[in-house]
Design a protein around this ligand. Structure first.
Ligand code: FES
Length: 328
């Protein structure tokens, strides 16, 4: 059976790819790996990149799209692989992917990098929490390929170690797997204290893990430029109090309901806003703000940019008051 892709092929844009499900595999309870193959060569990509997967049945918002880190080979790939944890409390994207079958056609975006390794780093400390292992595996493949110095700490619940075998094969004794907080810190703290100058630290996982690692690194004297992170999409809520977005160029007022993002409201109104990750990570949807206070929820803008208050990432951020005016 072939799923109906949620947008006609004629609506493929320059950043889209039409691919076919090549293989599916349950890697552990509730987590599924899906491999896509293309009719034409698939572009190589930077380790840690992600793709947007459009999903739906055609009766839903035609722009429904989830973003997933890529776990497969990065250079001249014969397939793209993603690993998706089913979230039954989510909007349905992960369940849709868990229902895909071999042969189904899917529209994806071209890979986009937002969590790339630093090629000149002297050593890489890679930390994965739960399904945050996906971009870390991509980093590990590249580190092995280019003979870079690295080590991995992978924290997951017993029985929920997605991709742990692949990671073990690539890492050997450079992989440490932990199942509780005490073991995690007893391994990481000495690493933070002893790593050679020029080491870079990368964390992917839930916000609480990322924040704790960043705080520990800062306390241990690591400069912010050597601490990198990527957070789960599910940790970001784009909902909140209803408000209105005024389109500054036309004066049109777009209401934004409690359960929809500003980006979704704009797209439904026919306002073209470029977007990719819908997680506040990639920067693609950055929109100039002419007025109104902003409730920033993204991971893209710097503190200084937030303080200036003239840009918003509408995929996750909202007005802090009743209205925000956009340069659209
Ligand atoms: S779409 Fe990526 S930051 Fe908004």
């Amino acid at each position: 059976m072939t799923h109906t892709v949620n947008a006609p092929h004629t609506q493929l844009t320059g950043t889209d790819l039409l691919v076919t499900v090549d293989a599916v595999r349950e890697v552990c309870d509730g987590i599924r790996e899906v491999r896509f193959a293309g009719a034409h060569p698939l572009p190589s990509f930077t380790p840690g990149s992600h793709i947007g997967v459009r999903w739906g049945t055609g009766t839903q918002n035609p722009y429904s799209q989830n973003s997933y880190s890529m776990t497969g080979p990065t250079t001249d790939p014969d397939h793209y692989a993603i690993c998706v944890r089913r979230d039954d409390a989510g909007k349905g994207g992960s369940a849709w992917i868990h229902a895909l079958q071999v042969g189904d056609e899917v529209i994806i975006t071209r890979p986009r990098s937002a969590f790339a390794p630093i090629s000149v780093a002297r050593h890489h400390v890679l930390i994965a929490g739960g399904i945050g292992v996906t971009p870390i595996l991509s980093h590990v493949r590249a580190a092995v390929q280019w003979n870079r110095s690295f080590e991995v700490i992978y924290s997951h619940r017993p029985g929920f170690g997605a991709l742990v075998d692949e990671l073990g094969d690539l890492c050997g004794d450079r992989l440490t797997v932990v199942h509780d907080v005490a073991a995690f810190w007893s391994h990481l703290n000495p690493v933070l204290g002893d790593s050679p100058l020029g080491t870079h630290l990368y964390t992917c996982g839930p916000a609480v893990l990322i924040d704790a690692v960043a705080t520990a690194a800062t306390t241990a004297g690591w400069p912010a430029q050597r601490v990198h992170s990527e957070q789960f999409a599910s940790a970001v809520s784009a909902g909140g109090k209803p408000f209105a977005a005024r389109l500054g160029r036309t004066g049109v007022l777009v209401p934004v309901g409690a359960e929809v993002s500003l980006l979704e409201a704009l797209l439904e109104r026919g306002v073209a806003v470029p977007n990719l990750c819908r997680q506040g990570v990639c920067g693609e949807c950055k929109t100039t703000v002419r007025g109104g206070r902003i409730d920033h929820r993204d991971f893209y803008l710097t503190d200084d940019e937030r303080a200036e208050g003239d840009a918003i990432m509408p995929c996750v951020s909202r007005a802090a008051g009743d209205q925000v005016e956009l340069d659209l």
